[in-house]
Design a protein around this ligand. Structure first.
Ligand SMILES: [Fe+2]
Length: 150
């Protein structure tokens, strides 16, 4: 065994211990994870490894908030329209400024995840061709305040 492969074994073992200590388990379909160092956000499209690593550190699972607090509103407002469903963030339109905006809105139904990517200056809303009754969850990601769902 070379020194390099021995070091890799130790590193893998440390990662395994860290994951167990932190109560880590299998990832779940549609979960979102964020790197607290570089800000990467990833979504699980195939369940697997017990932990995700970015910038050399385990990524943190994002837990969506459901209750608005403060003057900015984040909880998505979901309404049925002729063509499907409209989602607006939030009850008072969320800012769409250069450093603080809604990065994406996701609409989840059985077997489908529809993600609408947004940019500063756009409206914090999305329309999808899905009946409101088909929707299981709607969530959005704010670049400053994180993940929210309705
Ligand atoms: Fe925000």
């Amino acid at each position: 065994m070379t020194v390099k492969s021995c070091q890799q074994l130790i590193k893998n073992w440390q990662k395994e211990v860290w994951t167990k200590k932190k109560g880590g388990g299998m990832t779940r379909l549609r979960e979102l994870y964020r790197c607290e160092i570089c800000g990467n956000v990833v979504e699980i499209t195939h369940e697997g490894a017990p932990s995700l690593v970015c910038c050399g550190e385990p990524m943190k699972k994002l837990v969506a908030k459901t209750q608005d607090e403060g003057k900015e509103k984040h909880v998505p407002v979901v309404e049925g329209i002729d063509a499907g469903t409209k989602v607006t963030v939030g009850s008072i339109a969320h800012p769409m400024e250069e450093k603080h905006y809604i990065k994406f809105i996701e609409v989840l139904s059985a077997g489908r995840v529809i993600r609408v990517e947004l940019k500063p200056g756009q409206s914090p809303s999305a329309e999808v061709c899905l009946l409101k009754s088909e929707i299981q969850e709607v969530r959005e990601f704010c670049t400053v305040h994180g993940l929210w769902k309705a």
